[in-house]
Design a protein around this ligand. Structure first.
Ligand SMILES: Cc1cc2nc3c(=O)[nH]c(=O)nc-3n(C[C@H](O)[C@H](O)[C@H](O)COP(=O)(O)OP(=O)(O)OC[C@H]3O[C@@H](n4cnc5c(N)ncnc54)[C@H](O)[C@@H]3O)c2cc1C
Ligand code: FES
Length: 416
């Protein structure tokens, strides 16, 4: 090879690296806010001023399918009032109120509103929030049931220009940005959403920190954010991508589309991660969470280095915690009095939560996520003590409790 052709190769390599870097920068930076009226300067101070309590109206500026099967749709949201947004921590979520009308037998007490949480899936910035919603179908063995209410509504009826009501970013499942310890991001299925935000933030703000990103899914048809992830991996050598297909399709090619076949499990992590301390962030379907999170602890990962979030009723229990809080030995039934409905019921310990317990006996209560995230089921605790399996994502007001993840630790009087 001549010196001239060697130089030409080096120039080409540098050009490609620059182009990849530019692509990532363009994706991460705020986009022009076409639908936003008089957008103010987006700086951190303005973002903090834009913090809000309760509900705020947002306009859908853009919607984009992230996978070729069109099962996952991103919504870019801009505040109608044009005031800059508060910065969020990568991994946090938004709570939505969707006016879907009453459906007999479901979510009574919410007056036709459906409350759901969706993780922020984009880079934290002050003009636009991005969420990515997976369409939820009826369970395969219960085709008689209706499909998911909120996700179907968002996919089928929410278009660019429409207004959505949402609460400010919340949640404690956030990447620890104070340390350079290598991070292992594990997202399976739609659990990829908080990982996208964490990865984008880490690569931009902590360029020296190694990131091991595992993305588990069935096949190429539901491979979301493919181009964005490839751009990130191309521009950041510290990002080590491991895509894991459980059921590759005939057109899916190993190494081009995915690196491993099967599921993300402890055996895969043991053989593919380098030695040394890592922080683990895990989000995915209940069966993966229920096996992987305890397996990490059994492998010797300190609990302080294991962070996880389940997109639904909590299913994960770490070793050493009881199989079920409600199965803890009771010395006798505990009286639970609901002051608004005037009913007193006997807690016998067979329900997963106070919310399940009350609903089973016909007490109508507000609820949303049913996983301790949205705060819809928060009520005043007049007297008594409520226990939680682990700290709920929602910050409970003093003197209150959450019914969807709490169980009685004594006789209770609830303002509900
Ligand atoms: C903190 C957090 C973050 C989240 N982030 C995301 C995210 O980034 N992206 C995302 O897509 N989701 C996310 N979720 C999940 C999301 O909030 C919703 O739970 C999800 O969209 C399903 O809601 P739905 O209203 O569409 O389904 P639902 O109406 O709640 O239905 C759920 C399932 O129940 C079935 N069903 C319907 N009726 C019955 C019945 N009578 N009995 C039994 N089953 C029935 C449905 O067929 C469906 O399969 C998150 C959840 C939490 C708590
Ligand atoms: S229903 Fe969301 S916190 Fe209880």
């Amino acid at each position: 090879m001549t010196v001239a052709s060697l130089l030409a190769y080096i120039c080409l390599a540098l050009l490609l690296q620059f182009a990849a870097g530019l692509g990532v920068w363009l994706w991460m930076r705020p986009r022009p806010a076409a639908a936003l009226v008089a957008a103010p300067q987006a700086d951190r101070a303005a973002g903090e001023q834009g913090a809000w309590k309760g509900w705020r109206d947002f306009r859908v500026a853009r919607r984009v399918f992230e996978d070729s099967g069109h099962t996952q749709c991103s919504f870019y949201l801009e505040p109608v009032d044009g005031v800059a947004l508060p910065a969020f921590k990568p991994g946090q979520f938004l709570t939505f109120s969707l006016p879907l009308g009453e459906v007999a037998g479901t979510e009574a007490g919410n007056a036709g509103e459906v409350i759901r949480c969706y993780s922020l899936s984009g880079f934290p910035e002050t003009r636009t929030y991005r969420i990515t919603v997976k369409r939820v179908l009826a369970p395969p063995d219960r085709k008689d049931l209706p499909p998911g209410r909120a996700s179907s509504h968002l996919h089928d009826h929410v278009h660019e220009g429409d207004i959505l009501r949402l609460k400010a970013p919340a949640g404690h499942f956030c990447i620890d940005g104070e340390t350079g310890i290598p991070a292992v991001l594990i997202g399976a299925g739609i659990g990829i959403t908080p990982m996208m935000s964490m990865a984008a933030w880490c690569l931009a703000e902590q360029p020296g920190r190694p990131l091991h990103f595992y993305y588990g899914l069935r096949n190429g048809g539901e491979h979301a954010f493919r181009q964005q992830i490839e751009l990130l991996a191309g521009a950041h050598p510290q990002l080590h991508m491991n895509v894991v297909y459980s059921r590759p399709g005939p057109d899916d090619l190993p190494q081009r589309d995915f690196q491993h076949t099967g599921h993300i499990d402890i055996a895969l992590l043991k053989r593919s991660l380098p030695h040394g301390r890592c922080q683990f962030y895990v989000c995915g379907p209940a069966p993966m969470m229920a096996s992987l999170v305890p397996a990490l602890a059994e492998w010797g990962v300190p609990q302080a280095d294991i962070h996880f979030e389940a997109f639904g009723p909590a299913t994960v229990r770490l070793p050493g915690t009881p199989e079920s809080l409600s199965s803890a030995v009771l010395e006798g039934p505990l009286d639970v009095r609901f002051t608004r409905t005037g009913r007193t019921l006997a807690w016998q310990g067979q329900d997963r939560s106070l919310l399940d317990f009350a609903e089973r006996q016909g007490v109508v209560l507000e609820s949303g996520c049913r996983s301790g995230s949205c705060g819809s089921c928060e009520v005043r605790l007049v007297s008594g003590k409520v226990r939680y399996d682990h700290r709920p994502d929602y910050d409970i007001a003093p003197g209150h409790c959450l019914l969807c993840v709490g169980i009685p630790d004594s006789a209770l009087v609830l303002e509900a």
